[in-house]
Design a protein around this ligand. Structure first.
Ligand SMILES: Cc1ncc(COP(=O)(O)O)c(C=O)c1O
Length: 361
């Protein structure tokens, strides 16, 4: 396994000599309003399921999601988180040249490294506020058989329109595009941008994580949606019972009540729009800090003064606030950190510590 994610509360707690439960994790990107009550209730009521084997291919859970997105169930696979798909796809597709649109989530690259598959990055740039340049991606996609594209992107928060992605799909019909929509439910533009229900393209694979929006990362659940032939290639690498019984029960329950999902999404979007605006407004004139617009609930920041990411994270961390040092993202550097926002009171605490950390410089 390749290590380099956020969320290591234990490590910070050891450093500070406190309990991990005393640390506020603002390094991993989870919905502060989750899990919603109906999901929490389903988790509590699902313990009995561990006494029997779950469905080997998680069929009920797949049917629930397939109905929700109006898709044939044979095009939907359920995984042990979208992580399962990220690490299996290049192998299952027989990829040889992978293009990764970055700076982005490092597991796309780690998957290629794990399987000894060649990869290149196409990086968006600071002067463009990290907004991806579709023409550059298109030029580089000519040499790729597989492209990973995260929308909205982690950690930059940028969002690319559906038209731009469709342009890439049409222009490079021999190239498979894996669009990671794990953070899309957080965006006000989700419906206009999502490709998860799109059936007209033979080269489109979409990943949808349940972990972030419903705040159930410990259950490890996510879906892949793809044309039936690509889904079959994935299934050739699928181990039986990849999704455990509790996870199957809970996620099936979520999609049995689709009328509860949209209101929860709307509530989440309204909440994060207000809180993001408040946070950005508070910090917009702080010297030494450049905050990037985000379509998710995490915010990338560039440290424009002397202080570097590790020292910055240490200073903020002393106050038991764990934030993400982005120096290990390829295409970023030790000038970058990421804040995964939470409720107002905690965000305000973070804002105070951010100001102190850049000003004490
Ligand atoms: C962009 C992106 N995709 C996928 C994942 C994996 O999530 P999961 O396996 O819980 O679905 C993460 C986790 O942080 C992520 O940031």
């Amino acid at each position: 396994m390749i290590i380099g994610h956020g969320g290591n509360k234990q490590e910070l707690a050891r450093k500070l000599g406190c309990r991990a439960s005393d640390i506020i994790d603002m390094s991993s990107n989870l919905n502060p309003l989750g899990p919603p009550d109906f999901v929490e209730q389903a988790i509590k009521e699902s313990l009995w399921t561990v006494r029997s084997l779950p469905e080997p291919d998680a069929l009920s859970m797949r049917k629930g999601f397939a109905d929700y997105i109006n898709m044939d169930v044979n095009r939907v696979i359920a995984g042990n988180g979208t992580t399962f798909f990220i690490y299996t796809l290049p192998l299952a597709l027989g990829s040889k040249n992978v293009l990764i649109c970055g700076p982005t989530y490092s597991d796309y690259k780690d998957s290629c490294l794990m399987h000894n598959i060649g990869f290149q990055h196409c990086h968006s740039r600071v002067p463009d506020r990290f907004v991806p340049d579709i023409d550059t991606i298109s030029k580089m996609a000519k040499d790729a058989d597989t492209v990973f594209f995260c929308n909205p992107n982690n950690p930059t928060g940028t969002l690319v329109s559906k038209e731009d992605i469709l342009f890439l799909l049409k222009t490079h019909q021999e190239t498979i595009f894996v669009i990671d929509e794990s953070y899309l439910p957080f965006s006000a533009r989700a419906e206009a941008v999502s490709l998860v229900s799109e059936t007209g393209y033979d080269n489109l694979v979409v990943l949808s994580s349940m972990s972030k929006i419903f705040r159930i990362p410990g259950l490890r659940t996510g879906f892949l949606t793809a044309p039936a032939d690509l889904a079959q290639k994935m299934m050739a690498h699928y181990q039986p019972w990849s999704v455990n019984a509790i996870a199957q029960e809970v996620v099936t329950h979520i999609f049995n009540y689709p009328e509860r999902i949209e209101p929860f999404y709307r509530q989440t979007r309204a909440f994060i729009e207000t809180e993001k605006a408040h946070f950005l407004d508070r910090l917009k004139s702080v010297d030494g800090l450049d905050l990037f617009e985000s379509h998710a609930y995490f915010i990338l920041a560039r440290l424009t003064g002397e202080i570097r990411s590790k020292a910055f994270c240490d200073r903020v961390g002393k106050n038991r606030l764990l934030i993400r040092d982005c120096s290990n993202f390829i295409g970023l550097s030790d000038e970058y950190v990421r804040f995964s926002l939470k409720e107002r009171e905690i965000n305000d605490r973070l804002a105070v510590q951010i100001e102190k950390a850049v000003c004490d410089d």
